[in-house]
Design a protein around this ligand. Structure first.
Ligand SMILES: Cc1cc2nc3c(=O)[nH]c(=O)nc-3n(C[C@H](O)[C@H](O)[C@H](O)COP(=O)(O)OP(=O)(O)OC[C@H]3O[C@@H](n4cnc5c(N)ncnc54)[C@H](O)[C@@H]3O)c2cc1C
Length: 399
């Protein structure tokens, strides 16, 4: 008979879900994850792993073009974008098989299909009802599409553009030009990557500051300087009035300082933020409370207002409270890898302003600049002095 009752039922199968399921296994208990897209969720399939893989390739092109050492002659590396995307997909498949899919089938399994609450103890997946002693909501987040006139009729990309070949792919060819709406970390890292691959990139941003939310203002300033010196155009304080498909191109009407201008681009990337996937799981049937932005509200133990229901990861928004020592430990694992130029994407962190301030202080005392560690490891700027990274490692281990 197929099992329908578990110690833990998890909505989602991303990195949060797997972390919880592995812990359940260690405790010799049972868990089931649920997944309506690809097992492994955003990070491995369309987020951290593909982006960091391609960003590193873009970095190699950039470093060859602008070598850091006197005595090295600049060189142009030829890019076969399709082949690069194929190797990215191969890496994702391999990684997903080894680190995710091969782990399931014992103490924990994955039920494929859309999951929704039936009540506070049970969840329905593709018509099948499963119950749990405890439930974890780990449904992640999805790109927000702003209400801009004409956007519905335009071919646009989202922060899901690196989706691998198990799902419909948003982007197959390297665009000659790219306008990005938004300037959060995903917009910025993808913008720099495409620019280094050779696309003409323009970032259009509503507020004056890059990384306006959850970061020290100096970080945005440092990134702006670095980007502009590379040749990425930034239009800040701009309101996008409308967009229009003109054959193979997109026209974007932008207003800045009372003046409007029309920009043309081959591709438009809408990266204006993400929202928690809390509105598609019949959460009201479980009586779980949400915050203003749709995030599941939790306490410092990731408990919702319903005592046996927990939530973690992107679905609780950025106001999450992982213990400081856990966050410090993670930074401790990022910095040495950054020193070796070998960043492991799964070690990276989501924004945590309080900790970022502390790292900033350590960095600046050691001769680094606030923007050198960009969002605690979403990227480390190439010119970050090794001494500054070492100071961060010592700080983490020294308490
Ligand atoms: C381009 C990009 C780059 C990124 N780079 C980094 C980085 O360098 N470092 C970093 O720390 N973070 C990065 N992130 C963010 C990171 O990917 C997320 O923070 C992380 O994946 C969230 O994990 P999660 O388990 O909360 O959710 P997810 O991994 O999104 O998993 C949730 C899963 O639940 C499934 N699901 C949702 N609703 C249902 C339902 N009703 N029924 C069944 N299944 C459902 C979804 O399909 C999804 O697979 C990046 C994100 C993007 C988009």
């Amino acid at each position: 008979m197929t099992q329908t009752h578990y110690d833990l039922v998890i909505l989602g199968s991303g990195s949060t879900a797997f972390a919880a399921a592995l812990r359940v296994q260690e405790l010799s208990k049972t868990a089931v994850m649920t997944e309506e897209r690809t097992t492994g969720g955003t990070c491995v399939n369309r987020g951290c792993l593909p982006s960091k893989n391609l960003i590193e390739a873009a970095n190699i092109i950039h470093e060859a073009r602008y070598p850091r050492y006197p005595g090295l002659t600049p060189a142009e590396i030829r890019l076969d974008f399709r082949r690069l995307i194929e190797q990215k997909d191969e890496i994702i498949h391999g990684y997903r098989t080894k680190k995710y899919e091969s782990l399931t089938g014992g103490q924990f399994t994955v039920e494929k299909g859309h999951a929704e609450f039936v009540d506070d103890r049970s969840v329905q997946v593709d018509g099948k009802r499963i119950t749990g002693e405890k439930i974890l909501i780990a449904t992640g987040s999805r790109p927000v599409v702003p209400s801009i006139g004409g956007l519905r009729d335009v071919h646009y990309l989202t922060s899901d553009l690196l989706t691998n070949d198990d799902e419909p792919i948003e982007l197959r060819e390297l665009p000659r030009s790219l306008i990005i709406l938004g300037a959060g970390y995903i917009a910025l890292e993808l913008g720099q990557m495409f620019h280094r691959f050779g696309a003409n990139v323009t970032i259009v941003k509503r507020s004056e500051q890059l990384l306006a939310h959850g970061y020290e203002p100096e970080v945005g300033e440092a990134i702006r300087e670095a980007f502009e010196s590379e040749g990425i155009q930034i239009i800040a304080g701009a309101v996008t009035r409308w967009v229009r498909q003109d054959g193979m191109a997109v026209t974007v009407n932008v207003e800045t300082g009372g003046q409007t201008r029309e920009l043309r681009t081959e591709k438009l990337l809408v990266a204006t933020g993400r929202r928690p996937n809390s509105d598609n799981i019949a959460i009201e049937k479980a009586g779980v409370e949400l915050g203003k932005e749709g995030q599941v509200r939790v306490d410092e133990f990731l408990r919702t207002n319903v005592p046996h229901i927990f939530a973690g990861g992107d679905v609780i928004g950025v106001d999450w409270r992982i213990p400081l020592d856990v966050a410090r430990e993670r930074i401790g694992s990022i910095a040495p890898r950054a020193i070796q130029g070998n960043l492991d994407p799964v070690a990276l962190l989501a924004p945590r302003p309080e900790l970022e301030r502390q790292v900033r202080d350590v960095l600046t005392r050691a001769g680094g600049r606030p923007g050198h560690i960009f969002n605690l490891g979403h990227g480390v700027l190439p010119e970050t002095p090794v001494e500054a990274l070492q100071a961060v490692v010592e700080w983490v281990h020294g308490g």
